[in-house]
Design a protein around this ligand. Sequence first.
Ligand SMILES: C[S@@+](CC[C@H](N)C(=O)[O-])C[C@H]1O[C@@H](n2cnc3c(N)ncnc32)[C@H](O)[C@@H]1O
Length: 407
Amino acid sequence: MGDKLLIRDVPDRVRTWIESERRTRRMSQKEFVLEALERACDGNQPTLFDGAARVLPLPHGIPFTFCDLFAGIGGLRVGFQRAGGTCVFTSEWNKYAQKTYHRWFGEEPKGDITKIRPKDIPEHDVLVAGFPCQPFSIAGVSKKNSLGYAHGFKCLTQGTLFFDIVNIVEVKRPPVLVLENVKNLKSHDQGRTWKVIRSNLEELKYWVFDKVLDAADFGVPQHRERVFIVCFDRKEFRDSPVFEFPEPINASPRLRDVLEPSPPKHYTLSDHLWEYLQEYAKRHAEKGNGFGFGLADLNGITRTLSARYYKDGSEILIPQKRKNPRRLTPREAARLMGFDAEVARFLGFRDELPIVVSDTQAYRQFGNAVVPAVSTAVARQVVKVLCRHFTENRRCLLKSAAGGSRR
Ligand SMILES: C[S@@+](CC[C@H](N)C(=O)[O-])C[C@H]1O[C@@H](n2cnc3c(N)ncnc32)[C@H](O)[C@@H]1O
């Protein structure tokens, strides 16, 4: 090879993987490929030149394809892309979220998933879907109850979208599914909702793993619990694979680290709104319930940012000296969700991610999103299973983006 490392005739999927991995590790292509080969050599791994085994194990990961359904602004996508995946299909119907998604990922998502025929979705290895949570979230349920509306599966517009996922899985049989929702999904309707979801996935013949993860354990200064459901096709993985959810990282995130030094004045609450929020909290405290504004601790973590933050911002208020508290700016909301400079660089932006919608839409989008650090950690655990499956079975379960046959 001399001192030249020429990478020619490398299939696109491997090239994409090399490119994504070397960007994550901030290495040149040559540095990354050499390190990968050296690791294989140090570990005395079988190589292409070893007659006994004709596969070259990929030390850090494996290329794979995925679909991003109910994509929002791509919090799950960032994680699966960071873990080496290539997104082959996206669906998101909200035009403002589509605008952000297009700016960040250079792709226009397809619209309403209920109008897309499963057979028109390309073959993929991992189906990723953060399906709408309002029908199951505590806030969504109490609002629907107070208005006398149905919630959960009985909410016909949003509650049944899980079954659209089921329809797609039946037709496409992706080897892996990763679903995400609010923590309350598991306790909604006295556990009946979760029972229906789990039994549907099992009837589809998938191994099912689930766990509630808190984004605060993955480096963002926000308490945000979400349930992750990871499933493996039993036809592909005959024995239940050894899948483990990620462990919390050792970090103590602080709200003050995501705040802007001089936020514009209009984020400070008016006297009228501040008085109203205090009065509201007092009334509820007298009734013995804890609803009310949340004055955040700058050295700690915040409550969960909701998609309704744009209304009054009351769940996360920033205390200010000799002034009324203020709400987060959209940039701060982005960072609080972990859409930070590192994610921006990963997506090819020099500084931070561009915010291309109004404040209202931006709060909505961030409040609906998955924290990229969490999706990355989950995706990397999934990739470990894919790698093990690949090395143990000497065959790759990759489905091709264009065709459909397994390579
Ligand atoms: C909880 S958010 C998803 C968060 C996202 N998966 C992430 O990774 O950050 C749910 C999204 O589903 C979208 N949605 C709801 N119904 C839809 C439908 N029928 N077709 C496509 N998208 C839909 C909503 O607009 C919303 O952006």
